[in-house]
Every structure is written in structure tokens, then in C-alpha cells.
Design a protein. Structure first.
Ligand SMILES: Cc1cc2nc3c(=O)[nH]c(=O)nc-3n(C[C@H](O)[C@H](O)[C@H](O)COP(=O)(O)O)c2cc1C
Lengths: 591, 538, 349
């Protein structure tokens, strides 16, 4: 029997959704019934740990026996008994369930800074964080270094905001430090409204103390004594863990009055957001904390000059703050050794789409898109690689022939996309680019706050044009209209939402204009996605007359005798694709 | 305004509306500013946005309380006690402006003596305002460079209204809040040209421009200017006229644009008195309650058919311009007066209203510099304006008080003339609301205003209402020693316990059936703001 | 007051107060910049985007209404790019507007109409869905036609910033954004109509104005309010000898703000109840008589009372609602014509 047993179960939102709680419970039962728990009690901990990125494989369980780690994937509660019996008790890992090579590949090329402790520490236990060096940064800074020194350190690390705009963090802090004011604020932006993004949620769920520590250092630097974490209410687990962490940090003296006896005081409040995308925009977020409707206002003045309640305010993203303690403890040079000349450090991305390994990844800035897709992502799932969409609704597409591009702020901007908050959707030949643009525009149009004309009415009109293009009613001149209106909206909108909302359209037109032209001129969707333009026909030769398609058809459009080729009545067909999906003989043709 | 005139030698708002924005402290006492002076209230809100602090002292939770940093809910009629104990704290904590007191005032010591007993605790006992709040109010008011006091009828319509005003003046003087911008003592005038009619001498003791009728030089000056023999005796006030008519001494009354049969306290008494007259002439735009009693009714025109000037609450003379020709035979008031005067042998010949205006400047020096051409703009000119090149006067007393030194006047708290007892357990206070004006002759003829606020009501606290088993909207009888009216109950947390409020706009349930004719001994203002009533289910 | 600074607007050097926004500075120096959402009395908003200008050194156009001037700033209020953006913005607004100027009360007095005219927008590249709202009829003073709303937010801001009420808010999102009271019910509206006075289109108007006459046939006469002592300046809009609307200008003691009585309480001016003829009580009833008869009656009766009982048996009550001139004449008549000081007014009441 092993001397030390450490079992780590991924308990992020993804893990829990996959049944991690039940898995954990079973481990507790099994360990106590086999008596293992009793014999190795002191060294046996069954941490809840946060997400480590590979959510597609949940529930992931690490079993560490005397320091030797075995990772299992796709674990369900009824599999626990066998792991305990064969592996923990008898020492023979259950090879069938152990992660495969691609799991290791997924991790190998990643460089983890902010995620380095996610999946390792128990987010509900401050001591777990401290045992891995947590709060060392605060201890080394407060009372020992001047705020100016720390700001200098952040500046020289090259850290730039991870919330989208990539503004140099040290500079922002310096701006907020300068003005004299009776009150200053620190805000952590955990609104994370991009569809499909979950980087910030994972950080808070996996290692909330790193964010608190980063905020505290920020507060010390600018001279704030109040902070807010603005987090969406749809993140209940993150909110819960954050609250526990705040409580523990306060108890341990890292927050509250007179921190570490230095005379410096700092308190953090949690503010729940209602989940409006625009509330992630910093000035709208501030308005929302002030109890007003979350609508952005024009800058300048910038929040660092006049922010919350008109006072100098630093607002940073979760990931930005989370980087700070690592920079402080390991040094700015260590941090800036990752990345490119202008984009330092690492960036967390949510890798999704038609790729084999989806999940959360952290890579050094400047890694090529190809490496990310093929080495980390494991390549395409089925289809042929077509493009990558980065930056979510504010971002753009990068086509196949630019796959060697380096992923950093400058390179992506150059080709009309952005790093953004870190969404990365891989598209294949079954994705229609017009439809992709429409998807994002539907989102931004719906989420526009309505304050400024170009965004409120303009995005609606863009969407109407896209609607008619995808419905086969596009008119000649529509592409030009999209381009001019899109450009006008970018140039005249009040906030980042409107200023970037046309990006998905502009970049898809730039690289996939032929797809738009096919929709408009030939009334054809090359990727066979846009329903209105599809025709489903049954290939006489291939049809075996199994009748499955006729049964699946919701509109009774398919007729034919048993064992004879069937036909689709185009007048009745609603183009749902049910026949296409049910046919076992590839006899339904889609065009 | 007699109170202020006694103290300073001039009775008007010491400062002006635009200055309100720059006050550091606004002390609003007995004024439902948001409803009764809505546009002044906007300036106050602006001041608060700029960082000013506001103290509201009012027995009712008036809308301004929402903006206040501190609300003092004194019992009706206890203002002197409240102000005295605030001053007690100011003196005790040495927050007074010694320099100002020495340079510009007299008799300060008397006030110090008079307020010695008014500890915050005693203040609390009389007013019901917690002692700590009294202390806080004193510190806020006296602790900042520019503090202005704003008040209206809630201060003056009491049997001791003048004493209230004295107290306010004492408070402002001891803290040096006079003679500079954005401070002062500011009575907000309730009607558009109250200031003007007082300025013009429509008061029994003053000629135009506050020139006393019983001073010989004045008398001579006006006899000369008007080429007529004038009486040397101080005349009767409105309330005295009513009493005199009741006794049968006064025989004829000529009323221009007033409705005492609705606005007077104890209107049954007023009506009876008016009925005894040999001649009652009423000149008005509508057949008012008073006109119905008249022997002769003369149809006048509305403001929209007149040329002339109004003087608003901050002494601002502004132009009124004719926009429409009047209906039927109605004539403007000036024409009617001139006709009657002429027929009685005293010719008044003027070439339009501007001619009249220019004559005013010849008899009142403070008006001499104002002309129609100077008040064309939307900012008017504020008197005193003694010469054509004088810019007008935004705030008074810059170089001292007209009477020389400002006089401190020691006052002690006296109970209201009528206090509550077993039979009449509620204190009634009356006033206006936002949607109506005065006796409602104009506003109740505006459909949407009447729709929003169609009927009389009595505001009563939920606790009091439930003790009486009165429900919101149910009919109740409210009675005083003088009469009874029937109206709907409106349950509201605005009045304090034991206090009810009735607006006086509604003739169907005229609040002034109930009110007391007890008047202030100096100013002769009736005690509208407090009398004892009972409330019964109707 | 901030120091004065030098800036350049459209090539012209101007010296302005350093505390101003670019829009204020441009206006005060005589340059016109279009806008729908700006009002000098409200905090800068930057919503309509029409006041976009180019500023040297700033890569993208910025809104003049939100940008403070700085020394040496070089501003261009108009160029091809900016005019293109403005035109697109107006065109977008019109693509979601009823465009029924023929029947709109505000025709001739509508900023949007003016802009459409200026940019010659008869056709529209963006025709599409229009917002549709039921007429609501809950507010007795204010008529809302929200299909004409351009979301400039002035109403919302004046209600909160100036009136201190916050009765309305922008609700919903995106294209469906709408100005309305919480839960679409008037809860704490004070009916001051400040919102109505700022609306740049026909979205908010007075119920009483409807169909009474438009800008081109009204005569505007400035006067002073007949109600409380604030002395607010009113502009009476007169058509066919009828006051059909009341407004107020910003450069007045009341800064253009009014209360419900001042703004909406003018109906009494043409009330059918107005007295139209002198009346004398005959046999206990008031009967219509001529002026000659009435004046003769009054003067003779006053004369005989004065004769019989002396002047002090007569009293006069004057009005706080009459003009200074009338009050002056009244007391002069009582004092000099009758010979008594029995004259008072209702200041105490
Ligand atoms: C429409 C919109 C949505 C945004 N949403 C977020 C968000 O969810 N989280 C975030 O950190 N930043 C968001 N931002 C960016 C913020 O405005 C701001 O730049 C950021 O919080 C600054 O932090 P950083 O410097 O650490 O990146 C958004 C911006 C826009 C225009």
C-alpha cells in the first residue's frame, strides 16, 4: 500500500457538469470502505481542484501515489471502485482509462503562468494556495517596496491587459497613481461576456486567490482602499469560490484593515452583473456598479482619471490580475522571457470548434497558429481546415493560407483580427463564413446598449442585410453596402462594442468574398449551411428504400415504396436536414 | 415681510436664485420647495450635485427630504424652539462669526441670554427632533462658509410668524451669512407678484418702496408727487378689514383679483363680514367665490392680455407682454382703475403701462434705474437699481444693512394659538400641492391638472389612520372649532404622528373652513399652518 | 473659470475658455456642428454621434460634445469623412422613423427633419424593420410617440440630472431600446414636461398642443408665469388669438425649466368661464350690464359712502397676481383718489 495518496478531481464548471461531485463522493466512500483512507490519512487529500483546460475529457482525475501521478479521463462514478481497488490498493493503474498521448500533447506545448496552479490548488483552501507560494508576492511588496517600484516592475515585465484592448498594465496603474484623490478604486472585470469564452471563469474557479493577490498589489500601487470584482451572476460556482477566498484572505490578514501591519488597508466587494455583454466595457461596468443602466460613456476622461463615482479607478481583467503575483515573485525578466517583442508573457485561449482537443489552453504570445491547432489542438476533427475566428464578436477570421501567423496582439491586428479576450474557434469546410459573421452579428446587435445610433440601428441593418444574403435574397450591391456601413459603424460608434461589431463581417468579406458572391449572385451556399439555399435530393442509385428518411421527415415531403428509391417533394421540404442525417447509405445529397 | 424689515430695514429675499447653486449649505425650513417653488428646487438640486449639504426642517416628509442630508421633523408650530436650540449649540460650540456680529449687528447679547435654556435636549422635548440631529444641524449650518436659509409660509403663517422670522434672522446674523453671495435669508414668495404688490405699496403702512406713511417727509413727498391730500393714518390690513366689516365700520371694499372667501382663514366668518358691506366690488377674471357675493363684478383680463412687469421672489423685475386679445368685454385692471378714479374726480392719465412704470421710478429710488428697455431679457433687473448704469443687486446688504446695524431680537418659544386637546387631537397644517395654485381658480380650469389632482384630501399617517379605522380613499369628516369639511383620506407617511395636512385649493372641501383667524400680532398673518382638528369616519 | 486657451477650428485661431468642450467652444466661436443629443444644461452624453469632429493627433473622429478643449488643439468640424459618417447616421435614424412629417406637430421645429433636409435624404439605403409601439395614453400631459424617438436620451437625463426624479430610463437592448418609465408605468413622474421641452423630434409633445398649429403659423410672445413667485419666463405660442403651447428659453432666470402649472396650465386663458361682461346685483342676482353702467354705479356708490362715512370706511384689496403697474395704480387710487391707507394685498395668505 502507498504511503501517500493524493487524489485530485477536476471540479470546474465543466467537471461538475460531467458529474465530478458524484465521482468525488464515490472516492470518499471507496477509500473509507477499503480502509485506505484510514491507513494513509495524513497524506491523503482529496482536493477539489479547478479546471486544467481539457474539459472535453471530464471528469479528469489525478491519482498521485507517493508522488507518482496517473491521470484518468472520462471518469464516471461507477468507475471509481475499480480505480481504488486495482490502482490504489493493488498498485496497477487501470490502463484502459488512463489518458492517451494526445492528452500529453495537449499540455506539452503549453506554458502555464496563470493556469500553473489551476488544477493543482484547492480553490477553497487558502493554505493550498500558500503552500505553492501564494501570497508571497503580497508579502514581498507591501511594506517593503514602494508603489513606484512595483509599478516599474509591472511596466518592465511588459504585461498588457488581457481583457481585449491590450493596454500596458503598468502604465495604466501609473496613470491612476498620479492624481491626488481622497478615494481610488480597483475593479476586476470578470464579466466575460464573449460567447464561448470561459477563461476568466476558470481562473476564478481554479485559483481565486491569485486574482485577489493581484488586485491587492494593484491597490497598493495606486493607493486604493476599495475594490470590486464585477462578475456575472451566471457564474455561481466562481462567485461562491471567490467569496470563500475573500473571506479566507481577510481572515489571514491579506485583506482588510492594516494589511500585514503595514498601515495599508484594502477591501474587496463582489458585485454581480446581470450578464449584459456591454457591461464588460469598462465605463458601462462602472455605470452598472454605480447603480445606473450599464451604458458606456465617451473617453476621455479615462477611468484612471475619472472612474467609479468620478474617482481614479483601475479596471483590469481577471487574467491580467492573475498574472501579477507571478510576475512579482518570479520577476519581470522571467515573465518577459515568454512572448514576442511587444506582446510579453502568455495568453489563455478557449480553443473550440472543429478541432480534436477543445478546451482551455495557455500558450506563450507569438506561438504560431499552426502549432496551436495541430500540436495542441490535435488537428482537425473531421473536415478540412478553413479558418480560425479569434477575438469573438469583436474579432475576425484568419484564413487557411495564413496559418503560420504568430498569435500576438500585433500580428493578429495586422490581418484584421484581434487577440481579444481569447476566444479561438476553428472552422472547417462545413462552416459557411457568411453564417459565421451572421452568428456574431446577431449577438452584438442584440447586446448593443442602444445608446449610440450607429451601433443601435447600424448593426440591425447589417444583420438585416446578412439575413437576406443567407436567405437567398441578397441583392447586388449588398457586399459594398456591408463594407461601407460596416466601416461607418466602426468609425462612428461610441464604444468598443460598436467599433468592433462589424469586424466579423469585414474580415470574412476580405478573405471569403467569393462565398458572399456565391450567396448573392448564384443563390448558393458553398458550405451547404444556409438552409434557404439548400436542396436535398435522393440519389436514386444509392437509395435502398429503407424508409428511415421518410419517417424522419417532419413535413412528409418524402415518399416512395419500401425497397424502392424515394423522392423528396421540393415544395414540401423545409430543409431541416433530418433525412440527410438519418440516411445510412449517403443517399441524400445536399447542395 | 414685516419681520425682516424690522431686523434689516428691508424685507425680501436677500440673495438670488442663480446664487443658490453655489451655496455650501441650504437650510430649508417650512418650505415645500419642490412642489411650491419647483424651479428654485431645481437650483437646490444643482447645488447638491455640486456638493452642497441640505437640511430640511418640516413637520411633513416633503419631497425635498429625498435630497436632504438631514431632515428635522419638528412638531407644527415649534420652529422657534428648534431654531433657538440650534443657535444654542452654535453659541456653545463657538461657531459664531464674531467679526460680523461686531461690525454689523447689535443686541447679540440678548439673544445669547434668550437661548441659554434651549439645550438640544430641551429642543427635543418641545419639537420632537432628536437632540443629536439638532447638534448636527447646527454644525452643518455653522460649519461652512456659505449657508442660505430658505423659508415660506411654513414659517410665516403662524400666530408667532414674525418671531419665527426673527429667529431665522438671528441665526443668519450670528454666523455671518448675510451680505454675501450664495447665503442669506430667503423668503420664497408664494405668488408671482407678491413681491411687486408689496413693493408697490399695497400694504396699509407703506407707500411704494417701503416708505412709511406715518413719516412726515414721506407723506409730503407723496402728496406732492400725486397732487392729492393723503391720509396720515396707517390703514387696515386685510384681516382687520374683515373684522371691521363684521363690526359694521367698514362699508365698502374694492377687491382686485383676490378671493378671500376661499383663501381667508375661517371663511364662514369672512363671508359673513363681506355680506354686511354696503358695497362689495370684485374685479376678477372668473366669478370666484368672492365675486359671487359682490354687488358689482368687473371683468378683468388674464396675464396673457396684459402689458407690464412682475417682480419675482428674488426682486427681479421682468416684462409681462400681451399675447392675446381678451374675450368679450373684459378690460385690463389698469384701465378699470383709471376709469373709476377718473369718474371720482381723480384723473389718472398715462400713456400705457410703461408710463406708469416710469412714474414708479420717480417716487422710489430703488426703482429709478430700471426701465422697460432694461428688462427685455429673460434675466430682468433686480432692485435696488438706483441709476441707469447700475447693474441691479443680486444680493442685499453687501455694505451693511439699510437700517444701519442688523438687530438681534430675542424670542422665546410660545405655543401655537390653538393646541391639540382631547376633543381636537390632530394638528392640522394646510398648504399647496404641485398641481394647483392657490384657490384653484386658474388651475382647476386646466383639464389635465384637474385630472391629475381632481379632489380634496387629507393626508394622514398610516398609524393614525388605522387607529381611526380609516382606509385610504375613504371619506372622513375633519372638524375644528369653526366648522367641518368632508373629504377623502390619503394615507401617507408625509405627515408626522398626530399631524394632518389639507391643501387649500378645493372649494368643495375648503381647508380654510377649519383654520384659525388668530393672527400674528405684528404682521397680521393668520395662523394657517396649525390648528386643532378631529378626524372622524364620514 | 478655467484659463483661456488658444485652439484652431477649421483653420481659424480662436481664444476660448479652457473649461469648455469642443462643441461649446465651436458654438461660442460661431461654428455650427450638428447634434441631436447635446444640451448645454445637461452632462455630455455622446450618444447621437452627429457631432463627430477630427482632431489633429487623434486617429479616429471624436464627439465634440464629450471632448474637452486643450491648448493648441486643432479641430476640423467638417470634412468628407465626417460628413459621410453624419449622413449615414441621419440615414440610419430615418430608416427607423415614421417619416410622417405631414401630420407631425413638430414639423418645422424638428432637428431630425432639419438634418434630413440638410443631407438631402429622400431615399434611404437602409430601409428595414421599424420599431412599432402602441400609443399609450396614460399621461394626461405628455403625448408619447416612441416610434419617433431617436434615443438621444435628453429626456432621461433631464429627468434625473435636473429634475432629480428619474421617472424614465432607457430599457431593453439593441434595436429594441426604448425610453420608458420602469415597468412602462408612470410611477413618479412630476409632469414638469422638461423632457418634452428637450425632445428634438415629435416623440414627446404636449397632449394639449396636438393639432393646434405648427411652427410656421405661431407667433411667440415672451412673458412671465402667472403662478408662483419664481418668476419663470414663458414663451407663449399664439395662433389665431389662442395660446396653443407654452415653452421657455434657456437664457432665462429659470434656464428654460418650468413646472407642470407653468408649462401646461394655460388652458384657463380661454376658459368659457371667463367673465365677459360687467355684472351688477339686481334683485339679488348678478346681471350683465354695460361698462358705463357698472363704472357709474361703482364710482357713485363709493363717492356717497366716502361722503357719508369718510374715506376710512372704504378699503381696497389688491392682488399679488396683478402687475406692478396695476398694483401701483390701485394703491394710488385708494390713497389719492379715495383718501385712505386701507389698502392691502394677500401676501400674508
Ligand atoms: C463590448 C465590450 C465588452 C467587454 N467585455 C469585457 C469583459 O467581459 N472582460 C474584460 O476583462 N474586458 C472586457 N472589455 C474590455 C474592457 O473595456 C477593459 O478594456 C478591460 O477590462 C481592461 O482590462 P485589461 O487592461 O486588464 O484588459 C470589453 C470591452 C468591450 C468594448
Amino acid at each position: 500500500m502507498p504511503k501517500a495518496v493524493d487524489i485530485r478531481i477536476c471540479m470546474g464548471t465543466g467537471g461538475i457538469a460531467a458529474g465530478a461531485s458524484a465521482v468525488l463522493e464515490r472516492f470518499e466512500e471507496e477509500l473509507s470502505s477499503t480502509g485506505v483512507g484510514a491507513s494513509v490519512r495524513e497524506n491523503c487529500s482529496r482536493h477539489n481542484v479547478g479546471c486544467r483546460g481539457f474539459c472535453a475529457r471530464d471528469v479528469l482525475v489525478d491519482v498521485i501515489l507517493d508522488g507518482e501521478r496517473t491521470t484518468y479521463q472520462y471518469i464516471k462514478p461507477d468507475m471509481v471502485q475499480r480505480i481504488v481497488e486495482e490502482h490504489i490498493v493493488s498498485g496497477n493503474p487501470v490502463e484502459d482509462w488512463v489518458v492517451t498521448d494526445d492528452y500529453h500533447n495537449f499540455h506539452e506545448k503549453q506554458v502555464k503562468v496563470v493556469l500553473s496552479d489551476c488544477g493543482e490548488v484547492d480553490p477553497e483552501d487558502i493554505n493550498s494556495y500558500k503552500s505553492r507560494g501564494g501570497y508571497k508576492a503580497v508579502e514581498s511588496v507591501i511594506g517593503s517596496k514602494t508603489p513606484e517600484d512595483v509599478i516599474e516592475m509591472i511596466k518592465s515585465s511588459g504585461l498588457r491587459g488581457r481583457g481585449g484592448a491590450g493596454f500596458p498594465t503598468g502604465l495604466k496603474w501609473e496613470f491612476a497613481r498620479k492624481p491626488e484623490s481622497d478615494q481610488k478604486y480597483i475593479i476586476c472585470n470578470a464579466d466575460e461576456g464573449d460567447p464561448g469564452a470561459f477563461m476568466d471563469r476558470s481562473i476564478i474557479e481554479g485559483n481565486p486567490h491569485s486574482v485577489i493577490e493581484g488586485m491587492t498589489i494593484g491597490a497598493y500601487c495606486i493607493g486604493a482602499d476599495k475594490g470590486y470584482v464585477y462578475i456575472r451572476a451566471e457564474y455561481p460556482l466562481a462567485v461562491k469560490r471567490l467569496r470563500i477566498a475573500l473571506e479566507q484572505a481577510k481572515e489571514a490578514g491579506y485583506l482588510g484593515e492594516n494589511i500585514l501591519g503595514s498601515g495599508f488597508s484594502f477591501n474587496i466587494k463582489v458585485k454581480l452583473g446581470a450578464g449584459a455583454f456591454v457591461c464588460g466595457e469598462e465605463t458601462a461596468l462602472i455605470a452598472s456598479i454605480e447603480g445606473q443602466r450599464g451604458m458606456p460613456r465617451a473617453k476621455p476622461p479615462f477611468p484612471a482619471q475619472q472612474g467609479l463615482w468620478g474617482k481614479p479607478t483601475v479596471i483590469n481583467n481577471v487574467e491580467t490580475f492573475s498574472n501579477v503575483p507571478y510576475i512579482v515573485t518570479k520577476g519581470p525578466d522571467w515573465f518577459s522571457s515568454f512572448g514576442t517583442e511587444k506582446s510579453k508573457g502568455t495568453k489563455v485561449f478557449a480553443l473550440t470548434g472543429k478541432i480534436r482537443n477543445t478546451g482551455l489552453i495557455e500558450v506563450p504570445m507569438g506561438m504560431s497558429l499552426k502549432e496551436i491547432i495541430y500540436d495542441i489542438g490535435g488537428g482537425m476533427e473531421r473536415g478540412e481546415f478553413k479558418a480560425v475566428q479569434t477575438g469573438g464578436p469583436s474579432g475576425g477570421c484568419i484564413p487557411k493560407d495564413m496559418i503560420d501567423i504568430n498569435v500576438d496582439f500585433e500580428s493578429l491586428a495586422k490581418v484584421g483580427s484581434i487577440v481579444g479576450s481569447g476566444g479561438m474557434v476553428v472552422l472547417d469546410d462545413t462552416d459557411c463564413m457568411v453564417n459565421i459573421a451572421k452568428f456574431f452579428l446577431e449577438f452584438t446587435q442584440r447586446e448593443s446598449c442602444g445608446k449610440c445610433t450607429p451601433c443601435r440601428v447600424g448593426t440591425k441593418r447589417l444583420l438585416e442585410i446578412l439575413d437576406r444574403v443567407t436567405e437567398g435574397k441578397g441583392k447586388s450591391g449588398d457586399i459594398e453596402l456591408l463594407l461601407t456601413l460596416g466601416q461607418d459603424i466602426k468609425d462612428s460608434s461610441l464604444c468598443g462594442l460598436g467599433q468592433t461589431a462589424p469586424n466579423p463581417i469585414l474580415s470574412t468579406i476580405k478573405y471569403f468574398r467569393d462565398e458572399y458572391e456565391a450567396h448573392i449572385n448564384e443563390k448558393r451556399c458553398p458550405a451547404a449551411v444556409c438552409k434557404a439555399m439548400l436542396t436535398y435530393t435522393i440519389l436514386e442509385d444509392a437509395c435502398k428504400g429503407c424508409t428511415l428518411c421518410a419517417k424522419a421527415c417532419p413535413s412528409d415531403a418524402i415518399s416512395g415504396e419500401k425497397k424502392k428509391p424515394h423522392v423528396i417533394d421540393q415544395g414540401l421540404c423545409v430543409k431541416c436536414g433530418a433525412c440527410f442525417d438519418t440516411c445510412k447509405f449517403k443517399a441524400v445529397h445536399k447542395e | 415681510m414685516a419681520g425682516l424689515a424690522t431686523v434689516f430695514g428691508s424685507g425680501a429675499m436677500s440673495n438670488s436664485m442663480p446664487e443658490i447653486e453655489d451655496n455650501d449649505v441650504l437650510f430649508v425650513i417650512g418650505s415645500n420647495t419642490k412642489e411650491n417653488h419647483p424651479i428654485v428646487a431645481l437650483r437646490m438640486i444643482k447645488a447638491i450635485q455640486k456638493g452642497a449639504k441640505m437640511i430640511v426642517a418640516d413637520p411633513r416628509k416633503v419631497p425635498m427630504v429625498k435630497f436632504a442630508h438631514l431632515w428635522l421633523q419638528q412638531r407644527p408650530g415649534t420652529d422657534v424652539a428648534l431654531l433657538n436650540s440650534i443657535m444654542h449649540v452654535i453659541v456653545k460650540e463657538d461657531l459664531i462669526d464674531k467679526e460680523f456680529i461686531k461690525e454689523h449687528t447689535e443686541d447679540f447679547e440678548e439673544v445669547v441670554k434668550a437661548i441659554e435654556d434651549y439645550t438640544p435636549e430641551k429642543g427635543e422635548e418641545i419639537t420632537g427632533v432628536p437632540a443629536e440631529k439638532i447638534v448636527e444641524a447646527a454644525r452643518i449650518y455653522a460649519g461652512s462658509p456659505n449657508a442660505g436659509i430658505f423659508y415660506t409660509m411654513g414659517i410665516t403663517q403662524h400666530s408667532h410668524g414674525t418671531e419665527n422670522v426673527f429667529s431665522i434672522a438671528n441665526l443668519a446674523m450670528m454666523t455671518g451669512n448675510l451680505g454675501k453671495a450664495s447665503a442669506g435669508v430667503n423668503p420664497l414668495r408664494g405668488q408671482n407678484n407678491v413681491q411687486g404688490s408689496t413693493d408697490m405699496g399695497c400694504i396699509p403702512n407703506n407707500y411704494p418702496g417701503y416708505q412709511k406713511v406715518d413719516i412726515k417727509e414721506n407723506h409730503e413727498k407723496f402728496e406732492k408727487a400725486w397732487e392729492a391730500r393723503l391720509s396720515e393714518n396707517i390703514g387696515m390690513t386685510a384681516t382687520e378689514m374683515i373684522d371691521s366689516a363684521m363690526k359694521g365700520d367698514l362699508k365698502a371694499v374694492y377687491i382686485m383679483g383676490e378671493n378671500p372667501a376661499m383663501s381667508d382663514p375661517d371663511i364662514e366668518h369672512t363671508k359673513k363680514a363681506l355680506g354686511k358691506l354696503d358695497l362689495l366690488v370684485v374685479q376678477d377674471i372668473f366669478l370666484t367665490e368672492t365675486a359671487e357675493l359682490a354687488d358689482v363684478v368687473l371683468p378683468a383680463t388674464t396675464f396673457a392680455s396684459k402689458d407690464g412687469t412682475f417682480t419675482n421672489t428674488d426682486r427681479r423685475v421682468q416684462r409681462v407682454r400681451k399675447a392675446v386679445t381678451p374675450a368679450g368685454e373684459a378690460r385690463d385692471d389698469a384701465w378699470i382703475i383709471k376709469q373709476i378714479s377718473g369718474l371720482m374726480g381723480y384723473e389718472m392719465k398715462y400713456d400705457g403701462s410703461e408710463d406708469v412704470f416710469n412714474e414708479i421710478g420717480t417716487v422710489w429710488p430703488a426703482f429709478a434705474g430700471i426701465s422697460y428697455s432694461r428688462v427685455e431679457s429673460g434675466m430682468g433687473v433686480q432692485w435696488p437699481c438706483p441709476s441707469k448704469d447700475h447693474p441691479g443687486t443680486p444680493f442685499l446688504f453687501a455694505g451693511g444693512f439699510p437700517r444701519g446695524k442688523g438687530r438681534f431680537t430675542a424670542v422665546s418659544y410660545r405655543e401655537p394659538a390653538e393646541i391639540t386637546d382631547k376633543e381636537y387631537p390632530f394638528a392640522l397644517t394646510t398648504g399647496r400641492e404641485l398641481f394647483h395654485y392657490h384657490t384653484g381658480t386658474m388651475t382647476r380650469r386646466v383639464k389635465p391638472l384637474d385630472e391629475i389632482s381632481p379632489e380634496a384630501y387629507v393626508e394622514i399617517r398610516p398609524e393614525d389612520a388605522s387607529e381611526l379605522s380609516v382606509e385610504n380613499g375613504s371619506l372622513v369628516n375633519v372638524s375644528s372649532r369653526r366648522g367641518t369639511i368632508k373629504l377623502k383620506a390619503r394615507i401617507s407617511d408625509r405627515p408626522g404622528r398626530g399631524v394632518v395636512f389639507i391643501p387649500f385649493h378645493f372649494k368643495e372641501a375648503a381647508a380654510n373652513v377649519l383654520t384659525n383667524t388668530a393672527t400674528d400680532p405684528i404682521c397680521k398673518i393668520p395662523e394657517f399652518k396649525v390648528c386643532a382638528v378631529k378626524v372622524e369616519k364620514g | 473659470m478655467a484659463d483661456r486657451i488658444n485652439i484652431t477650428i477649421d483653420g481659424e485661431k480662436v481664444n476660448v475658455d479652457g473649461g469648455l468642450t469642443v462643441l461649446q467652444a465651436a458654438r461660442r466661436s460661431g461654428f455650427h456642428i450638428p447634434t441631436l443629443c447635446d444640451d448645454d444644461r445637461l452632462k455630455p452624453y455622446g450618444g447621437c454621434r452627429l457631432c463627430l469632429v477630427s482632431i489633429e493627433g487623434i486617429p479616429r473622429p471624436v464627439t465634440a460634445c464629450t471632448t474637452p478643449v486643450t491648448d493648441g488643439m486643432v479641430v476640423e468640424t467638417s470634412n468628407d469623412h465626417i460628413e459621410r459618417l453624419r449622413r449615414t447616421i441621419v440615414e440610419l435614424l430615418l430608416s427607423d422613423h415614421p417619416n410622417d412629417c405631414m401630420t407631425c406637430d413638430r414639423a418645422g421645429d424638428c432637428t431630425l427633419q432639419e438634418l434630413a433636409y440638410f443631407y438631402g435624404l429622400r431615399d434611404n439605403r437602409f430601409w428595414g424593420e421599424r420599431r412599432r409601439y402602441e400609443d399609450d395614453d396614460l399621461n394626461p400631459f405628455i403625448k408619447r410617440d416612441m416610434e419617433k424617438c431617436v434615443l438621444c436620451g435628453k429626456c432621461v437625463r433631464v429627468c434625473r440630472e435636473v429634475q432629480g426624479v428619474g421617472a424614465i430610463e432607457i430599457s431593453y437592448r439593441g434595436f429594441g431600446a426604448k425610453v420608458c418609465p420602469p415597468y412602462e408605468r408612470d410611477l413618479n413622474c412630476e409632469f414638469c414636461g422638461q423632457c418634452v421641452s428637450l425632445c428634438p423630434t415629435g416623440a414627446l409633445s404636449g397632449k394639449q398642443w396636438s393639432g393646434k398649429g405648427r411652427e410656421k403659423d405661431v407667433k411667440k410672445i415672451k412673458t412671465v408665469c402667472p403662478y408662483c413667485g419664481c418668476g419663470c419666463n414663458l414663451t407663449l405660442h399664439v395662433s389665431r388669438n389662442e395660446v396653443i403651447r407654452v415653452s421657455s428659453e434657456p437664457d432665462t432666470i429659470n434656464e428654460g425649466w418650468l413646472c407642470p402649472k407653468g408649462r401646461f396650465g394655460y388652458e384657463f386663458i380661454k376658459s368659457p368661464d371667463l367673465l365677459k361682461s360687467p355684472l351688477i346685483r339686481k334683485n339679488g342676482k348678478l346681471e350683465e350690464v354695460t361698462w358705463d353702467e357698472a363704472l357709474k354705479f361703482v364710482s357713485e356708490k363709493l363717492g356717497s359712502i366716502k361722503e357719508k362715512y369718510g374715506p376710512d370706511a372704504i378699503g381696497g384689496l389688491s392682488s399679488a397676481r396683478c402687475t406692478n403697474e396695476e398694483n401701483y395704480l390701485f394703491q394710488k387710487f385708494i390713497r389719492a383718489g379715495i383718501g385712505t391707507n386701507n389698502v392691502d394685498h394677500c401676501a400674508r395668505l
